[in-house]
Each structure stands twice: as C-alpha cells, then as structure tokens.
Design a protein around this ligand. Sequence first.
Ligand code: CUA
Length: 382
Amino acid sequence: MNVERSNTNGSPVLWIAAAFALLVVGGLIIGEATPLILPPQGSAESHQVDNLFKIMMVIGGAIFLLVQGLLIFSVIRFRARPGDNSDGLNMHGNATLEFVWTLIPAVIVLILSVISFQVWVSITSAKDNEMDVRATGARFNWSFSYEVPEHNIVVNSSVLHTYVGQPVRMVLNTPDVNHAFYIPAMRIKQDLLAGRETEIRFTPTLEGEYPIFCAELCGSGHGEMRARIVVHPDEETYLAWFDPEVDKILNPPEDPVERGFQVLSSGAYPCAGCHRLDALGWTGITGPNQNGVADRVVSVRVPATGQTPEEYLERSLYHPNEYLVPGFGPLMPQFQPDDPNAPNYMPVDDMVAIVAYLCTQSASGENVCNIDNLLQLASELD
Ligand code: CUA
C-alpha cells in the first residue's frame, strides 16, 4: 500500500537528494550558530579548538536532523489509520543498510580523531619565548607563582596575570587530591595529578578578565574553587603589576602584622579557598570562619587546649589536626617549616607573620598575642 502511494509522489531519488541537501544546509546552520553558546575566544588555541568543535557540530547537527526527521516522518506517514487493527510489517535485517550505517560513522570518527590529534599536538607543543607560571591547586583554592631568578624569589598571586601575545606554559601541581585547571575562554583544561606535575600551554590574544574553574570533583568546596585570569593589553601594563610585587618581596615591612597581611593577601597559601575573612576578601565556607578568630582563640581555644594564643595559632598551621574546630574535618594542609621543596612548605618567617596578623582579628582590633613570645617560639623551631 505504501509503495503505491510513494510512486504517485515522484521519484524517490529526488526525495532522497532533497532530504540530503536539507541535512547539509541544516548542519551548516547549526555549525554557524556554535559561537552563540561558547565563551569569548581569548587565545590562539581557542580558534583551533572552536574550528574542531564547529566540524563536530555540523556533523552532529546533520545526524540530529536526520534522526529526528525520520522519526517525525515515520510517526506521520506510517501511523495507524482508524479501523486498521492489523499487525505491522514484519521486517528482517538489511545487510547493505547495516554496512553503510557502520562504515559512515567509522570514517567520520577516524577523520575527527586525526584532526583532534593535530590540534592537540599544536596546542601542547613548546612555543618560543614562553613564560612559565606555576599553578597550585589545593582544596579549594588556586594560587599562581612566578619565579624571579635574578633576585632568587617567587612572586605569588591569587590572580593569574599575563598579557596579549605572550605564550604561557602553566606547570600544574597539587599537594592533596586531583583537580583540573580549566579556563573556558582560553579553551584549555588539564588535570592536576597528586604526586606529579602536569603542564598546559596557551597564548592569550584578547585583553580582559576571565574566570578559571576547577573541573574535577575534589571535595565539598569544589564549586568554590575558582580564580581569575587577567590578560593585560601589553607587557608594559603587565609589568606595572609585576614590578611592584617584586619590590614588596625585596623590601618586606618590619612589622610582622603588616607582613602577615602581605603574605596572606598575596595568595601564596590556599587559605581563601576554605576560610572566610572579610578583611582579606576570603569567602571560603568549608573551613572555620576567621572573622574574629583572635577573640575565639582567647575565649574558647586557649581554655580548651591550655596553650597561649600564639602557641595555639602556630600549632594550627604546622599541626592542624591536633585540635580540630568542632564541626570541621581534617582538611587543612599540614604546613611544615623544613623542606623548601615540599608542597606544603611554610617558612617560619611566614608562620610568624600569619600568626601575628590573625592575632589582630579581634572585635576591638587589639593584638591578643605576645609578639615577643611568638618570636621566641619561632626561634625554637628554626
Ligand atoms: Cu579542585 Cu574541584
């Protein structure tokens, strides 16, 4: 019955050719629309990745239209007419059809894998004149460090700074669990693996500020593990940020409290990912709130532990699991003062500065610690 009907509607070859043309045009339209769902193209790599994505969208779009088109066509064309209670047609396999629908996807996947591999090789290969930036992903915080070999120091930042046209090589490491470094605007994503370094490259091409995410479920604060990249328009603007950072390290303030403010706001340590401290703009939620910590140390922790405030805060950095604040688990990195190459290295000087600063986080703004005792404590550790 159906065969007779289609014969009256013209040649099936014409119909198939028309449907094929429609699929190609539909696929191309869907492909052209892909930029609408993507973030801005911030790097040289983003153009390569997007071109590959566009090819996949054209193919995927055409297949989507084919499948949905056949489905809708069949629902209308082969629906049961009123009064027709007969069984459907008994269909057997069609070897030619099965061969074709296996071969075509296989060829498509093969072509896509070759193009993908080319893009991957091009993105990951070393570029001339690269800038090395080390990114540390720790639950639940990103920090970035820039070596300054001429002064033998490291500039730390909680914001990733770079500039247009400068190839960047990110060296990624983590002191705890696996994370993934993901900058959608740069179209790069790379896992951080516990116990080994990984790397990823990109060359920013578009000035601006873009979000950085962690793309690997790493614990309760995973959704909070975000940072920013600032792409400066040129090297001069970049150095206007970088040079003062170097100066700050070369000429540290005498006052340990001021130094503590500097160390903590530099992002050298991952505190902001878990703790809240309004004075420094920290918004973490998975660790104890540090607003007013100095008062709580005096009124609650000192009586509970029998330690002096400075002693308690020192132990909280180097032996955080010794006394856990009720309601919080042992998530805090165990910082240690001895091995400069350890992922959780915190030199004694930094500990003194951080403790001195936290001691001033009281409602009155008064320092609840005895700085001389703190320095005495530090000298015993050295
Ligand atoms: Cu780190 Cu998710």
